[in-house]
Design a protein around this ligand. Sequence first.
Ligand SMILES: CC(C)(COP(=O)(O)OP(=O)(O)OC[C@H]1O[C@@H](n2cnc3c(N)ncnc32)[C@H](O)[C@@H]1OP(=O)(O)O)[C@@H](O)C(=O)NCCC(=O)NCCS
Length: 149
Amino acid sequence: MYNEDINAKLVLRGAEKDIKKLLNIKVEIKTNDDYGYNENIENKYVVIEVATKSKIAAFSMTGLPGCCGVCVSHYSHVANRFQGKGLGTLLCGIRKDIAKTMRYSCLLCTDVDDNLPQQRILDRHGWKKVHNFKNIRTGSTVNINVVDL
Ligand SMILES: CC(C)(COP(=O)(O)OP(=O)(O)OC[C@H]1O[C@@H](n2cnc3c(N)ncnc32)[C@H](O)[C@@H]1OP(=O)(O)O)[C@@H](O)C(=O)NCCC(=O)NCCS
């Protein structure tokens, strides 16, 4: 295992404690290692509530093809019953910590322009909206957001 992977695991163990403090429930964060996914495709992280074994949040992070300095954050999601409690905000900070630990220089994500909770989270963590466009596949207005690490 590379040093970066070991450090990312340490970030995750710290994150589990922070989530426990925030929600007062015990969680574990599973990664693609635990699921046996091919880590070259994507790094998938799933937050599981230990008592119920249910998934309460998930996110994925992938290096941008062709540039080893950029990490793309995608599929971030908090289960309905845990929304509005600060978990999305906490996990956004954790994604930055993981990407830093993995030695990326900047982190990129997209969001749909009417997703106010996600925009609050990104603002709070220092992301900048650098572009927006209309997705001709979906008709949605999509923002491209970036934060330096
Ligand atoms: C976006 C998402 C991850 C936010 O997760 P969360 O755990 O609810 O976020 P938080 O509790 O940290 O709240 C974040 C901010 O949004 C605000 N917020 C939460 N729910 C809201 C709502 N329904 N309407 C408006 N603002 C809301 C919170 O007040 C908070 O703002 P504040 O920091 O100024 O108080 C979650 O709503 C989600 O999974 N949505 C569906 C998937 C999705 O949109 N993913 C992001 C893809 S880019």
